[in-house]
Design a protein around this ligand. Structure first.
Ligand code: FES
Length: 163
């Protein structure tokens, strides 16, 4: 091959250069978007969401209020997240109810004398097991936390609606 066969024309040089620079700039714009779109999938299972909340020995068949907090990191923003749950024993099973009223999100409190949860905002009431009482504003039971018991330690995870 002669040296002339390896020559790159000005047009080819500009075309290669602009394609390279354009591709680099496009990747710079697309990568954050792709990362943002995949973020929940990347986080899932990356770290356990279970939090140690109490000991099994602390629990009875009467719901008791427990609070816990943990540091949540959203990209560059760190915040302290506070949670609370009413936890009780249903036989051998540990049940952890969310204290967030399912009507409009106020915080319910357990009234031991009435054996029910009461919401101060609009008079919502729930049975001891979190079932909403007919005739009061909430239309579904209190949400429940995922519970894992390891030895004497009770861990709570994600909160979810009852099925
Ligand atoms: S927020 Fe609880 S009854 Fe309305």
């Amino acid at each position: 091959m002669s040296e002339r066969d390896h020559k790159v024309s000005r047009r080819q040089f500009l075309s290669y250069t602009l394609t390279g620079v354009g591709g680099f700039m496009a990747a710079g714009m697309l990568m954050p978007m792709i990362r943002f779109a995949l973020d929940p999938a990347l986080k899932a299972g990356a770290e356990s969401d279970m939090q140690l909340v109490c000991e099994l020995d602390d629990l009875t068949d009467v719901p008791q209020r427990f609070t816990w907090s943990f540091t949540q990191v959203d990209s560059w923003y760190e915040s302290q997240v506070e949670h609370e749950a009413y936890i009780y024993l249903d036989g051998d099973k540990v049940v952890a109810l969310s204290s967030v009223c399912t009507h409009l999100g106020c915080t319910v409190a357990y009234n031991e004398d009435a054996s029910e949860f009461q919401c101060p905002c609009h008079g919502g009431r729930f049975e001891e097991d979190g079932t909403n009482i007919a005739g009061t504003p909430p239309t579904r039971p209190l949400d429940v936390f995922e519970v894992v018991v390891e030895g004497n330690q009770v861990y709570l995870g994600q909160v979810s609606q009852r099925t």
